[in-house]
Design a protein around this ligand. Structure first.
Ligand SMILES: C[S@@+](CC[C@H](N)C(=O)[O-])C[C@H]1O[C@@H](n2cnc3c(N)ncnc32)[C@H](O)[C@@H]1O
Ligand code: SF4
Ligand code: SF4
Length: 425
């Protein structure tokens, strides 16, 4: 089936498997789709409910149903109408999984402090149980990071099991551990996106953060991917003091190396980044200038490569979000994170007080539905500035982790452009 329909508290989510898009629909649209659902035995009640909403529509609704009974309308939809449990999504759209802390690099900004393997990491059996848990809860997609996924010997078995269970996989890698065999091996897996971290458009900017020789290795491997890899790959740059002056080089290299897109993300003050702040963390002014530069680059390279920028108020597009899910970003509402030890958090930047449970001794299903921490993330009230701001749909209130670091998880993001202007006015 092309579409998967899940009933949710505000109506439903129609997942378009072809365009890989989630479409939020309201309760009337859900009823209408359900009238033509061949399995629906209660269509008369649904027709009555819709007729009370839309006067004089009963005849047309009965006709629609008849057309469906004759097989003239055949919805390409897999109906799943019994999962919703409260005022939140029945399952996150995406799970972020740090598969290991083992890493061959020691990047100076690394928020997971990766390097050494931790003895308490999930065993292969527990990793595979995580796939069962995702299936049980109904999570359609997992993004694997770490540590370095390609340093983890269980990566292939984990991805294979996700593929067998129809769970879409993306992998984020430092791109240094590829050789011909690795590429041939991943050619046999279904990886929706392979993201290669590229934290600087020049040798100097990248090696300063990721270590001597990294830039050359990664560029060489990007060309190897271009030659041998059959799947989709892109580069991702974490914006830092060290690289904000060479962002156009990143885009040009990505085009030359056959990448489908370039993603930019803002660095967070977390892990090793807190030890190297002067080299890494952007000031508010640097952040604002960088967002403006990136929006211009996005226009300049439109048609040549897709440039994906962080949510920001200078963007031409509005973010397509589900208003009913409440204030703030997707953490704990549309996504969830599992670390290498099995701890579950709304967002991996938050410290251990925000652990909602561990999948070694609890199912993801129970954690998603019972965690009070997740309930807190789904019930943020926001603040006067964001709640009355016309730019909300561009930035969704900014980063909750930055607000938390500033002492108020519901407060204004310290990088907010509008707030700075209103305070200075
Ligand atoms: C932690 S790494 C793990 C996967 C792989 N080893 C890699 O480097 O891509 C995942 C992504 O997080 C980014 N990252 C690391 N430290 C960060 C920080 N302090 N704030 C934001 N992103 C960070 C990396 O640049 C990388 O793109
Ligand atoms: S950012 Fe990635 S490559 Fe760098 S130390 Fe962390 S896990 Fe390793
Ligand atoms: S006040 Fe700032 S952070 Fe809040 S919605 Fe407006 S632009 Fe975004």
């Amino acid at each position: 089936m092309r579409f998967k329909l899940k009933k949710e508290f505000f109506g439903g989510i129609l997942h378009d498997t072809k365009r890989k898009k989630n479409i939020a629909i309201d309760s009337n649209e859900l009823l209408l789709l359900n009238i033509i659902n061949p399995e629906n035995k209660n269509f008369n009640e649904d027709i009555d409910a819709l007729t009370s909403e839309f006067k004089n529509s009963k005849d047309i609704l009965l006709t629609l149903r008849e057309l469906s009974d004759f097989g003239l309308i055949q919805p390409d939809v897999d109906y799943d109408l019994n999962r919703s449990k409260g005022n939140y999504l029945s399952a996150p759209f995406r799970l972020f999984y740090d598969i290991t802390y083992l890493c061959n690099l020691r990047c100076r900004h690394c928020f997971t402090n990766s390097g050494k393997y931790n003895q308490d990491e999930l065993s292969l059996e527990e990793k595979l149980k995580l796939v069962d848990d995702m299936k049980e809860l109904g999570i359609p997609r997992v993004s694997i990071a770490g540590g370095e996924p390609f340093a983890c010997r269980d990566l292939y078995d984990f991805v294979k099991k996700c593929n067998e269970n129809d769970i879409g996989v993306s992998v984020s890698t430092n791109g240094t551990l590829f050789n011909t065999q690795t590429i041939d091996k991943i050619n046999h897996l279904d990886i929706k996106t392979l993201t290669i971290s590229f934290d600087g458009g020049t040798k100097e900017s990248m090696d300063k953060i990721r270590g001597e020789g990294t830039y050359e290795k990664v560029v060489k491997n990007l060309y190897n991917l271009k030659k041998r890899y059959k799947g989709n790959y892109c580069v991702k740059t974490t914006l830092m003091k060290s690289n904000i002056t060479c962002l156009e080089n990143v885009i040009q290299t990505a085009i030359e190396c056959g990448c489908s897109s370039v993603k930019f993300n803002t660095v967070r003050e977390d892990g090793r980044a807190t030890l190297n702040k002067d080299l890494i963390i952007l000031t508010q002014q640097e952040y604002i200038n960088t967002m403006k530069i990136l929006e211009n680059l996005k226009q300049k390279y439109a048609g040549k490569i897709k440039v994906k920028n962080p949510l920001n108020v200078f963007s031409k597009e509005c973010y397509n979000y589900i208003e009913q899910l409440g204030f703030g970003c997707f953490a704990g509402k549309e996504s969830i994170c599992v670390d290498a030890l099995g701890n579950v958090r709304p967002c991996s930047h938050f410290p251990k007080e925000f652990i909602c449970g561990n999948i070694k001794n609890e199912s993801l299903y129970d954690i998603w539905h019972k965690s009070e921490i997740l309930a807190q993330f789904r019930n943020f009230k926001g603040n006067d500035h964001c709640n009355n701001c016309s730019k909300y749909s561009k930035c969704r209130g900014g980063c909750r982790y930055r607000a938390f670091l500033d002492g108020n998880i519901d407060g204004v993001d310290s990088y907010c452009y509008e707030f700075k202007n209103s305070v200075l006015a």
